[in-house]
Design a protein around this ligand. Structure first.
Ligand code: IVH
Length: 346
């Protein structure tokens, strides 16, 4: 009864304009009903992946008409992609990428993420259904706290932020407070199944889409339009420099044509868009000393050599145990105790 009263009070406050629809956090964020399994749901549009590029030449080759057509760059967040479907301005379902064509319904956990608005303020476009895509992430400080909590709960800590996000989002009945750890950044948007000419014109470019996403209540990461390869490389360099202090793991920069007509003309293959690529940062590394090797037996009986190294700081995270993969790799490296080693974070 109290919950129903609270819902009514919120609805009234929204109507009077005392509460912004997209910041209601109470009635939409409480309650947790355990579920038995994740339902598989077909995506309205397939969730594609991106081809990787590693240097300036490959970027230039990908965007030969740069100058005539602008490109848009933004950081590639290392989390889990989700698709959010809003019906009549309300979050209806949240799906993981899955195999790209069929995803898993993770609405029960996604609704607890504070940066996933439950109601969105679409203005006059309210009656249209829409899809927002973006990345669920766990900031570095939250990742550390989460792992402390996992140890307290007697569970195994997560090895990296991507596994943590996937583990939490996909868990059937999480015993942690999701709102404390996970965040969401949007990078894609479309209206679902309509050809209204007014809507077709709502945005001509990706930069306008980012603006629209902010206006309806989503958080977005920084993005930059570039008309020369020099400007693009400068943005990449800046992102690479701030990467170690960035509170969210980023593993590269997404580069795409800014103009949506140009994107459409270039088109997509069944797995990749042809109008976008991901520039991947080189792996972060640190130099340290190999102190010991421990042979760890996994749940399935696989034996993995784990190297204990002197504390080494890589991208803001301190490591003292790293994998040596297998015996063949140890032989290939010819590695010995007290050797000076380069540790690389993938
Ligand atoms: S745009 C066609 N922007 O990268 C896909 N993707 O390999 C267009 N990702 O799983 C996606 N940060 O989840 C885009 N700023 C960003 C991104 C981003 C991370 C992920 C995405 C997808 C993968 C593509």
């Amino acid at each position: 009864i109290l919950f129903e009263l609270l819902k009514k009070a919120e609805a009234n406050a929204i109507e009077k304009g005392e509460l912004l629809p997209y910041v209601i956090g109470v009635t939409s964020k409480v309650g947790n009903t355990p579920i038995k399994s994740l339902e598989r749901v077909k995506h309205i549009h397939p969730m594609l992946s991106l081809r990787n590029v590693f240097n300036e030449e490959q970027i230039s080759a990908q965007f030969p008409d740069l100058g005539k057509n602008e490109i848009l760059l933004n950081p590639k967040l290392d989390g889990l992609a989700i698709s959010l479907i809003y019906r009549k301005g309300q979050l209806n379902v949240a799906l993981t990428r899955g195999d790209g064509s069929v995803g898993e319904d993770v609405s029960h956990n996604t609704k607890h993420i504070l940066t996933v608005p439950y109601n969105i303020n679409q203005g006059h476009k309210e009656k249209y259904d829409l899809e927002v895509r973006g990345e669920v992430v766990i900031p570095r400080h939250a990742f550390k706290e989460l792992n402390k909590k996992m140890v307290e709960l007697g569970e195994k800590p997560y090895s990296n932020s991507r596994n943590a996000v996937s583990g939490i989002l996909r868990s059937l009945n999480p015993d942690i407070d999701i709102s404390k750890y996970l965040g969401f950044y949007a990078y894609g948007f479309r209206f679902i199944g309509n050809t209204d000419p007014v809507l077709v014109d709502y945005a001509k470019s990706m930069s306008q889409i980012f603006g629209y996403l902010v206006s309806i209540g989503f958080a977005v990461k920084r993005h930059r339009r570039c008309d020369t390869i020099g400007k693009a490389m400068e943005f990449i360099k800046q992102m690479q420099e701030i990467r170690p202090e960035y509170d969210i793991d980023i593993d590269g920069v997404v580069i795409q044509y800014n103009d949506l007509d140009v994107q459409q003309q270039i088109g997509e293959s069944s797995t990749y868009p042809m109008y976008a690529v991901a520039y991947k940062f080189p792996a972060e590394t640190g130099v340290t000393v190999l102190e010991d090797v421990e042979w760890q037996v996994g749940r399935t009986g696989v034996i993995t050599p784990v190297a204990h190294v002197d504390d080494v700081l890589i991208g803001g995270v301190c490591y003292n145990a790293v994998t040596l993969h297998n015996l063949a790799e140890i032989k290939r490296l010819g590695i010995k105790i007290n050797d000076c080693v380069i540790v690389s974070r993938q």
